[in-house]
Design a protein around this ligand. Structure first.
Ligand code: ADP
Length: 474
């Protein structure tokens, strides 16, 4: 498994140059606003909505009241990123395989509603909910049947998180509501950490709309959160949710106009990941359904440059994507391409998961020796360029995965898509150098792309400036 990143808190101490959408936390109370200013209290979360105001001021929306007004940047700090911490757990009350007597000793001193969950030793696959009530510990067997969990054959749950949430709010058929989790030694409650850092969103402020996509681990819905259109990815399986949590913490540290922005998470029946809504969906579907008659080559170049900008940012943070492909690029209302799934792709990266690798996008050294690096991302970027300029065709058309592996290893490379500008095809070819060291870095690719764009399209400069103006503003 390639090195996982080490992060340093860089976001909170950065001088104030915040893009619209940045979430800030109030450092203190601001109860007596001047005209046009926003009222807030210490700890409130505010979203920057407009950066083009007076120096030192931003227009912001209060995340709880929805009110908008001016704020002085010195009164707030940017919402902190979460530390990547393997002890962060969505299920800190889950103690794994421990015996009944061990559970009883962990629930001392007795306290009504103190609880933990353990795996049943006698009935593998089942769980036991242990709760302290009136000085005693009661053990409820949780039966796993038909993909659901139940204690009383009346209430059924998708997963343990769901079950604990229910019995924390309802007594149901157990002796007491669950009041206090007994945390497993060495774990930290993700809920608490997310809430302290301001990344835990409030489910009552979320309105879910229609289903807009199917992810590998759950459905994606359109929705609205405090007046903002959002996308909500739902992950029901608790083990997967736990794995995604780690990756979500990576996303809290990344902010760039060409990366899909994480707004926060909701813990309810599993994990809901809330991101900005990319209303035009993924790039492959967009290109396939519009085609040449609607999307011109200027626009294709813009997409290519957007993705390159986003990758240059990831490269600067020493983050490897591993699944860069047009299906993982999403488009906003105003046709800005943004990379998605950048925090999530490292969930399954063990050797045993090799079968899951996107072969047609993966560099030979990554396929063979699991050598993932920014340079293997550059290879994938070359394939993505090919997808863009072929209007969303499947790469290596008509070739099987084994054939692709063998022939690419032997030096075979795809031909240029129809009508592809030669400069762009030349870029693809250098991305597909066999030796990763010979492939350009993303910042070099961007320079080349911009140079080529200047040559290819005289309108490019104005397009680019428009892009910058509507971008981060920093
Ligand atoms: P997975 O990586 O698990 O396959 P994705 O995150 O790619 O799932 O989501 C599946 C589909 O849902 C995407 O191809 C896209 O069409 C849609 N989708 C995902 N996130 C968003 C978003 N932020 N805005 C709009 N559509 C989205």
């Amino acid at each position: 498994r390639p090195a996982v990143l080490v992060w340093f808190g860089f976001s909170s101490s950065f001088p104030t140059c915040w893009a619209a959408g940045t979430q800030c936390v109030a450092k203190g109370d601001h109860r007596k606003p001047k005209p046009g200013e926003l009222v807030y209290h210490k700890g409130d979360i505010l979203t920057i909505v407009d950066t083009s105001t007076r120096k030192g001021y931003y227009k912001a929306r209060h995340n709880n009241t929805g009110e908008e007004g001016l704020i002085n940047s010195s009164g707030v700090r940017e919402r902190e990123a979460l530390r990547v911490d393997p002890s962060l757990s969505l299920m800190p009350w889950f103690h794994g395989k421990i015996s009944g007597p061990e559970a009883v000793s962990k629930l001392q001193p007795a306290e009504d509603g103190l609880f933990l969950v353990r795996e049943s030793i006698r009935h593998p696959g089942d769980y036991v909910l242990c709760v302290s009530v009136a000085g005693e510990v009661i053990h409820y067997r949780v039966i796993y049947q038909d993909n659901k969990l139940t204690i009383d054959n009346a209430q059924y749950f998708y997963n343990l998180i769901d079950m604990i949430e229910f019995y924390s709010n309802n007594k149901g058929s157990i002796a007491t509501t669950l009041l206090k989790p007994k945390q497993k030694h060495g774990t930290k409650s993700a809920e608490l950490e997310l809430s302290k850092t301001g990344w835990l969103l409030d489910i009552t402020k979320l309105t879910l709309g229609k289903n807009i996509g199917e992810g590998e681990f759950g459905a994606v819905y359109e929705g609205e959160y405090m007046g903002q259109r959002v996308a909500v990815k739902t992950i029901k399986c608790d083990v997967t949710a736990q794995a995604f949590l780690q990756e979500t913490t990576v996303m809290t540290k990344l902010q760039h106009k060409n990366l899909v922005r994480l707004l926060g998470v909701i813990l309810h029946k599993g994990l809901h990941i809330v991101t900005e809504l990319m209303s035009k969906g993924n790039l492959v579907n967009f290109l396939r359904t519009r085609g040449r008659s609607v999307v011109n080559s200027d626009q294709l170049l813009r997409f290519a440059l957007d993705v390159c900008d986003g990758m240059e940012y990831l490269e600067s943070k020493k983050l490897v994507h591993r699944d860069l492909a047009a299906r993982n690029v999403l488009l906003s209302d105003d046709n800005v391409a943004k990379i998605s799934d950048f925090g999530l792709t490292k969930v399954d990266s063990k050797a045993s998961d090799n079968a899951k690798l996107p072969v047609k996008w993966t560099a030979p050294e990554a396929l063979k020796k699991e050598k993932f690096s920014t340079k293997s991302d550059v290879w994938s970027y070359g394939v993505l360029l090919w997808e863009i300029f072929s209007y969303g065709r499947q790469p290596y058309p008509k070739m099987s995965l084994n054939e692709v592996k063998e022939r690419v290893e032997g030096g075979y490379r795809m031909e240029a898509p129809e009508d592809c500008p030669p400069g762009v095809y030349a870029l693809m070819r250098i991305c597909w150098e066999q030796d990763p060291r010979r492939r350009p870095a993303f910042h070099k690719l961007r320079e080349k792309l911009e140079r080529d764009m200047g040559k290819l399209s005289p309108r490019h400069e104005s397009l680019r400036q428009d892009g910058i103006r509507s971008g981060s503003g920093c």
